[in-house]
Design a protein around this ligand. Sequence first.
Ligand code: COA
Length: 357
Amino acid sequence: MDVEIRPLESKEHWPQVQNLLATVPFSTTLPIVVSRPNTLENSYSSFHTKALNFVALFKNRVVGFVHSRVEKRMVWEGNSLHPKLMSYGGDLRITRDFQNRGIAKRLLDQVGSALDESGVYYGFGIIVSNNEPAFKLTLPMDGVFRPVLKYSVKTSLLLRRPTFPKNPSYTRFRPSVVALEQLCESLRTRFLGLAMVSEDLTNFISDHPNIRFYQSTSEPGKIAFALWEQSAFRRVGFAWMPIQFKIIRQAWNTCRSFSKAHEFPPANAPIKTAEVVFVNMSNAVSDFEEIISYTAWKMGCLGVTAIADGLGGNAPSLNLTGLGYKTNLTLMSYGRHKREPYLCPKGISTYIDLGFV
Ligand SMILES: CC(C)(COP(=O)(O)OP(=O)(O)OC[C@H]1O[C@@H](n2cnc3c(N)ncnc32)[C@H](O)[C@@H]1OP(=O)(O)O)[C@@H](O)C(=O)NCCC(=O)NCCS
């Protein structure tokens, strides 16, 4: 069968890519799929210098997709962190009927050649820790892949209307240029931190006005974290509902008249969640969870998501309590043409953000 690999140029193919992402799960544990917006331009982070999107086409039908982009990230070289152009690869999907025919390998080879032309030889990607087919794929590539770290992400389900603390330790604020500069500086102290300037962040915030920034009452004026209800950017949902979630959904919707939780949608409908992003604090204090849960509930969300642990160094651990689901992920780093990939030295924390992967 003749499958052609091509850069995604034509707007005509984006609806098919959207459909592919919305139907093929990225994990084998839970059939969770991602819905991206109607335009490619609004679907990925704008912090890149170059985007590389490729499709696999069979008779004008999209049977595979991969997204990749080149960003300036902090890497350890010599004995300190330096900004370096790196590629981030994600959203790799092959339709079920075209898997195991070498299509993903061909897509990744194309990305690799395009990166060579741009002089970019290092990159990273994230794999759900038990996704064996995806790990296998890293073996025959023209590059050296190394796992950097394992971390976990938890979505805590908002089973009932949460209460808001009387004297909250974090308050919403509009960050000043100084606060944005401080955040950019702090990202530069973390492995894979985005090397950007406050202007990039200002533009990003104006493109995504529903990102809410919070300051701690003990450090006013400094960004502690942000909460982002991402439905304009990316939505998650079940491709089909596993039995345990069918039971939860039924009980959840039955109890709604007194729990005041939002309706749990069926399979194939997006589940609204809010993500904790731009975390820029040491470990959160006790009412952090109440504040984000209440705010996410007010925004109509069913859950709130944060990176729970594993980012090393002095990265905060935001272990959300309550019923929810945890995903274990592995951060993979790679160097092309037998170059040793960049790794994270001990004591330095890694920056991975829920907003940009
Ligand atoms: C993971 C995934 C992207 C792999 O895609 P794929 O196109 O099936 O991968 P490939 O065909 O390139 O490689 C898979 C197998 O096919 C084999 N293969 C390669 N070329 C082949 C060919 N021409 N004919 C037959 N088999 C071939 C590979 O050797 C490999 O076999 P192995 O697993 O025994 O080593 C795909 O399964 C998928 O979309 N999964 C769901 C989403 C997902 O997990 N995405 C990754 C997120 S990080």
